[in-house]
Design a protein around this ligand. Structure first.
Ligand code: SMG
Ligand code: MG
Length: 367
């Protein structure tokens, strides 16, 4: 295809409840949506970067800057672009995977809409609906945490994930385990611990958790190797996994026995599929992470999670987990699952009216 224009939309969505993690409290999502206008038709992509560089080095304004000044001009100049060519065409820019992923996804959406193929078909999804988990933030009190978890159990979620940090770990996990019985439970530390905490983290073994996600900092594969050898709970990397190459390295070194796959973190869905594939070859199960996506990103995540080796429930919750309404038709949980969209491309439509209503500013068009 030939790309005629690239539109950058900035939209603010209030969260239905505060979301606290070890790196801060979020009450709204400031999202960058990208529309590629091509000779074959349009496509949408969502940039998963947060408003501030406190979770990942990428953040929304930074992503918009690198897209405006480097990535979009390269694709607009390229002449011919396909979803399969984007990564190579953008490889002159180091890093900025979330920004690159947004563009690649928009190109993939345009390409597959034009050919009539769904994202699920393109990725090789083998299931029509995916098991869904929910990620639960740090709460002001254990009682408030239990009330929130109770609501998600009533909604039908098939797995609970608790955010933990030093000072909010053993007690909340014990209370939630007592509340939910044998419903699958896992924890996510978002890099809040150090090797000095190994004895504390070992106390989690008693709660029969599916996994502990990213206890140590992103660059520190070695400490995860040490922890994995010291505790029974499986260690799962999230922030550290920037590519299929790193996934293989971390698995072979014994740092991770389960992998959280997020397309934004690895530079797009094509690389996410490769991470899935290398993990499958190494017999390592994967699950789909979440970045509080709107329906645009959620649709693609659910399609990805339809692949064979996504054997654990993902952070693919319903739109209502974070938002009162969604920028696309909302994703609704049915029996603890979300249906993989079957329409061409991502299979969802951006509601232009809401896009205009929720806009932080007028869209920018790059040509
Ligand atoms: O989309 O359901 C979701 C959020 C899941 O907890 C979630 N994501 O580290 O896994 C993670 C966090 C990162 C998001 S906070 C920026
Ligand atoms: Mg995580």
């Amino acid at each position: 295809m030939r790309i005629v224009a690239i539109e950058l939309h900035r939209v603010a969505l209030p969260l239905v409840r505060r979301f606290e993690t070890s790196f801060g409290v979020q009450t709204t999502r400031d999202v960058l949506l990208v529309r590629v206008r091509a000779d074959v038709g349009d496509g949408w992509g969502e940039c998963v970067a947060g408003a501030e560089p406190v979770y990942s080095s990428e953040y929304t304004d930074g992503a918009e800057h690198v897209i405006t000044n480097y990535l979009a001009p390269a694709l607009l100049r390229a002449g011919s672009v396909t979803a399969e060519s984007v990564a190579q065409q953008l490889s002159f820019v180091v890093g900025h995977r979330m920004a690159k992923a947004a563009l690649e996804t928009a190109v993939l959406d345009a390409q597959t809409r034009a050919s009539g193929q769904s994202f699920g078909e393109y990725f090789g999804a083998v299931r029509a609906a995916v098991d869904c988990g929910v990620s639960v933030g740090i709460a002001p009190t254990i009682d408030e945490l239990l009330a929130e978890v109770d609501g998600y159990v009533a909604d039908g979620y098939r797995r609970i994930k608790l955010k933990i940090k030093p000072g909010w770990d053993i007690e909340p996990v014990r209370a939630v385990r007592d509340l939910i019985g044998d419903l699958p439970l896992q924890v996510d530390a978002n890099t809040a611990y150090t090797l000095a905490d190994v004895d504390r983290l070992r106390l989690l073994d008693e709660f029969d958790l599916l996994l502990i996600e990213q206890p140590f900092e992103e660059e520190d594969i070695l400490s995860h190797v040490t922890l994995a050898a010291a505790i029974a709970t499986p260690v799962c990397l999230d922030e550290s996994i920037h590519s299929a190459l790193i996934a293989v390295d971390a698995i072979e070194r014994g740092a991770t026995s389960v992998v959280n796959i997020k397309a934004g973190r690895v530079g797009g869905y094509l690389e996410a599929v490769r991470v899935h594939d290398v993990c499958a070859e190494l017999d390592v199960p994967v699950w789909c992470g979440g970045m509080l996506e709107t329906g645009v990103g959620r649709a693609a995540n659910v399609a990805l999670a339809g692949m064979e080796n996504f054997t654990l429930p993902g952070d693919t919750s319903a739109s209502s987990r974070f938002y009162a309404d969604d920028i696309t038709e909302p994703f609704v949980l049915v029996d603890g699952r979300l249906a993989v969209p079957t329409g061409a491309g991502s299979g969802v439509e951006v509601r232009e009216q809401l896009l205009a209503e929720w806009a932080l500013r007028a869209p920018v068009t790059l040509r």
